[in-house]
Ligand binder design. Structure first.
Ligand code: ADP
Ligand code: ADP
Ligand code: MG
Length: 449
């Protein structure tokens, strides 16, 4: 096993990894930007190295600085967390070239799945259903128009190298296409350095369902159930549940079967997630594979009893999977709710929920400064219970217990959301927020008056 690992990330995930390393008797070194000098991850680690200024481009995304930090502190491996360099094939390759283990799949696998259009083609060849769409990268607006006409509107323009919902445009008719094409190209260019686009048919009222997998280098692949991540704001997940309420065993099996096929098709190892959209008839279509640990991984952890970060580290060290499908607990329900900062500033009084069935992953403490440089997510509240109603009630009381003073957050919004009939029914789809947020805001305003 590794003796020392560099954590190349920040916020709650850096802390999550540091905690795991401590439990595994592995030393942790946190690479941080000047903005994160006073972070809990830095304080909790065995050592830390400043890798640059606040701007991510000069610190967390600075590949050479991260590699240098690992080499100069005698680390054998790098954990990239999520976001930043976690799905960067060039970085994974640089790690290999410098004799460092990248905790994730190989550079080749990241490359294969990071090109979302090529991944679609690989899935088609391997019998995994994909959303009907363009056959390759779009070469011009004219080609986009022809393809959209064939598929039938509405369609979705997507960035080939996209992530975090950027470079994506819903197009409802030919008159919108040209403008969307140019703005999506520009956005993708700015975010990913490459503006290439492809097209998919827009699935009406879709649900976002994803399957967590773990695979080792010996060809053992297990699925750890599905997560319903249909509660989204601007294509960013807000709340996740497992299992997906109301999914029949047949659909569940079909999705996990496709996830295993997807993993096999690219020779996958490490923790990974296969994402699907489900249409109104519960047909599942592959949309992409995330070749990293995800923000919402704790919801699966509390549901299955499997420490995904630990498994990821063991797999990277060349160990066999520690668990079999049969050993996974997987009873009951789990819910995760993300809390985001609405403004930057210093955290005042802070109190997080505790008690039966509650887990909180957060890097906050009183006096901590939420800066404008990174993701606004400040906490994840995860609850587990026997039934879905039980976890909804547990989430409500957990949100009631939570006090975050000093900066405005979306805590009230998340609380009111748990009372929305569509959420309670569990049948909401990805358009929920757009349609319902004004009403929820109104409930909050009325409640406060
Ligand atoms: P998930 O929430 O399923 O883990 P996301 O696609 O929402 O996956 O991305 C995870 C995190 O990484 C989010 O905080 C998001 O803002 C960030 N992120 C996504 N893509 C990138 C990228 N290319 N560069 C930097 N951060 C990214
Ligand atoms: P990203 O890499 O930015 O995460 P995804 O391909 O995973 O991009 O899509 C982001 C979100 O957009 C999905 O979670 C889903 O809600 C929605 N989405 C993606 N593809 C489709 C589609 N073909 N039809 C309807 N919604 C879609
Ligand atoms: Mg996605």
């Amino acid at each position: 096993m590794f003796k020392r690992i560099l954590v190349a990330n920040r916020g709650e995930i850096a802390l999550r990894i540091v905690r795991c390393l401590r439990e595994m008797d592995i030393e942790s070194v946190v690479a941080y930007s000047t903005a994160d000098k006073e972070s809990l991850a830095v304080m909790g680690a065995n050592a830390s190295v400043c890798i640059g200024p606040e701007k991510a481009g000069q610190s967390y995304l600075n590949q050479d600085a991260v590699i240098q930090a690992a080499l100069s502190t005698g680390c054998e491996a790098i954990h990239p967390g999520y976001g930043f360099l976690s799905e960067n094939a060039e970085f994974a390759r640089k790690c290999e070239q410098n004799g460092l283990v990248f905790i994730g799949p190989s550079a080749g696998i990241i490359e294969k799945m990071g090109d979302k259009q090529a991944a679609r083609e690989l899935m088609i060849q391997n019998g995994v259903k994909v959303v009907p769409g363009s056959g390759g990268i779009l070469k011009s607006v004219e080609e986009a128009k022809r393809t959209a006409e064939e598929l039938g509107y509405p369609v979705l323009l997507k960035a080939v190298y996209g992530g975090g919902g950027r470079g994506m445009r819903r197009v409802s008719g030919v008159e919108e296409l040209e403008e969307c094409y140019h703005s999506a190209t520009a956005e993708a260019e700015a975010a990913f350095g490459k503006g290439a686009l492809y097209l998919e048919k827009l699935i009406r009222n879709p649900r976002h369902i994803e399957v967590q997998i773990l695979a080792d280098r010996f060809g053992n692949i297990i699925t750890l159930g599905e997560r319903n991540c249909s509660m989204q704001r601007n294509h960013q997940k807000m709340l996740e549940e497992t299992p997906c309420f109301g999914l029949t065993e047949r659909v569940r099996k079909e999705l996990s079967g496709m996830a295993v096929k997807a993993a096999k098709a690219c020779g996958y190892f490490s923790a990974g997630t296969v994402e699907f959209v489900l249409d109104e008839e519960n047909n599942g279509y592959f949309i992409e594979m995330n070749t990293r640990i995800q923000v919402e991984h704790p919801v699966t952890e509390v549901f299955t009893g499997v420490d995904l970060i630990r498994q990821q580290i063991r797999i990277a060290a060349g160990r066999k999977l520690e668990i079999t499908r049969e050993e996974i607990d997987g009873k009951g329900y789990a819910l995760e709710c993300r809390i985001c900062a609405k403004k930057t500033g210093k955290i005042g009084y802070l109190h997080f929920p505790q008690g039966y069935g509650v887990r909180v992953d957060s890097h906050l403490y009183t006096g901590y400064e939420v800066t404008p440089f990174y993701d606004p997510m400040i906490a994840k509240i995860i609850v587990k219970g026997k039934t879905r109603l039980e976890v909804i009630r547990r989430l409500r009381r957990s949100l009631e217990e939570t006090v975050i003073e000093g900066i405005p957050t979306d805590l009230d919004f998340m609380y009111m959301l748990t009372y929305h009939p569509e959420f309670i029914k569990g049948t909401y789809h990805t358009g929920f927020y757009e349609k319902q947020h004004a009403k929820i805001e109104q409930w909050i305003a009325e409640g406060i008056e």
